[in-house]
Design a protein around this ligand. Structure first.
Ligand SMILES: *Cc1c(COP(=O)(O)O)cnc(C)c1O
Length: 402
């Protein structure tokens, strides 16, 4: 049996729990002599069958390849979607989503979101005739007010970046469905371990797989996960969202390499244990930060006094492993705190097994609205007490600043 056949046969592992599917869905040896670990297929081209090419035959790596297909199958299964599409980066996935819109269309985005998306839409897509508004997505009434008769898409990011605001995915997706808008959720901070937006009614789930899904800060990537039943506008039944985005992925070609896909498959195997351990540590650390005399405010949806806590409890299985906090001190002191840690590495990005933190305002440079005394922490897999002690030691910088 060729490898393509063995992957596309009807054996599905969907009856198993997601932890099990993370290990067996995309690749599971069936025949004697098959490797436990999937092979890496770097070839860009594949030998044609005698009758010529047909759909479902490997031919050219930009279109499809074994490693990408295994990864897409695994991620779709974990997210509860019917299809996943891999991209070379999170931003390549974002770009594909904006490309299903037409000049004149209007997009609603959260005021507090990944700064790369804000810059992309402002600097590139305004010239293409897209219009957009940044709104407070914690208030559905503000979303309705900001809509125009050309609104076609609502973009959600919850918890938001870097303020960890919580918006109600089910309510906003329903609001979008009632009006014929496409709903998109950037689920990078949560992963399907914590939050599954398709189950809450969203049309498209977006990932920077560079973060938690990759988990080891060594592979860049992006993904979209969808159901193949959602129609793409104009809803004349001509194509589904999944079909349009699949065409964009293959035609535009911002795809990950087979090796990147192979690495990502390997990362998904430990996703559930990583995320749970990191989130458990983060809960403890957030509580400690709350009590700390050099900390002014903590932003973490697991805390009972977080304004979005009640929604978080409903739509998130865990509060996540990202914490933002403002120190009692100025921007200069915050920068000093971040660079004086011994365990936590001062670096941008998030979701790796090593804890990192950053002074978010200077990382966002252009047009940042982030407070100067805010530090954003990505809790890793070190012993939680070592992370906590490192924070305590670093916060001593606030004392000398007084
Ligand atoms: C990092 C990130 C992105 C962009 O992904 P890249 O892989 O860096 O292109 C998008 N959204 C969120 C929430 C992110 O953290």
């Amino acid at each position: 049996m060729s490898r393509k056949e063995s992957q596309s046969n009807d054996k599905t592992h969907r009856r198993f729990h997601p932890e099990t599917r993370a290990l067996h869905e995309g690749w599971h040896p069936e025949d004697p002599g098959e490797p436990l670990v999937p092979s890496w297929d770097p070839s860009t081209i594949f030998r044609h069958p005698g009758q010529g090419l047909s759909a479902g035959t490997w031919s050219y790596t930009r279109l499809d390849n074994p490693n990408r297909s295994q990864l897409e199958k695994t991620l779709a299964s974990l997210e509860g979607g019917s299809e996943a599409l891999m991209f070379a980066s999170g931003m390549a996935a974002v770009q594909a989503v904006f490309h299903i819109l037409a000049p004149g269309d209007h997009v609603l985005l959260p005021g507090d979101l990944y700064h790369g998306v804000r810059i992309l839409i402002s600097e590139q897509y305004e010239r293409w005739g897209l219009s957009f508004n940044f709104v407070d997505m914690t208030r559905p009434d503000a979303v309705v007010e900001a809509a125009t008769d050309r609104t076609r898409m609502i973009w959600m990011e919850t918890p938001s970046n870097p303020m960890l605001k919580i918006s109600d995915i089910a309510a906003l997706s329903q609001l979008a469905r009632d009006r014929g808008w496409i709903s998109v959720v950037d689920n990078t901070w949560c992963t399907p371990v914590i939050q599954r937006p398709l189950e809450l009614g969203a049309n498209i789930v977006l990932y920077s797989t560079t973060k938690y899904l990759g988990g080891h800060s060594d592979v860049l990537g992006g993904a979209l996960v969808l159901r193949n039943t959602d129609q793409s506008p104009p809803s004349d039944g001509s194509s589904t969202l999944a079909e349009r985005l699949r065409s964009l992925q293959r035609q535009a070609g911002a795809v990950p390499s087979p090796f990147d896909c192979w690495l990502m498959m390997r990362s998904l195997k430990t996703l559930y244990v990583r995320i749970r351990a990191q989130a458990t540590a983060a809960e403890m650390i957030a509580e400690k930060l709350m009590e700390h005399h050099f900390v002014e405010e903590v932003y973490y949806p697991g805390l009972a006094d977080h304004p979005g806590h009640h929604i978080a409890v409903r739509q998130m299985d865990l509060p996540g492993a990202m914490i933002s906090f403002r120190i009692r001190g100025d921007e200069e002191t915050a920068l000093r705190v971040v660079s004086s840690s011994r365990v936590i590495i001062p670096a941008t990005s998030l979701g790796g097994v090593e804890s990192t933190w950053e002074h978010r305002r200077t990382s966002e440079y252009k047009g940042s609205a982030t407070p100067g005394n805010l530090i954003r922490l990505s809790v890793g897999l070190e012993h939680p007490d070592d992370i906590r002690d490192d924070i305590d030691r670093s916060l001593e910088c606030c004392r000398s600043a007084k």
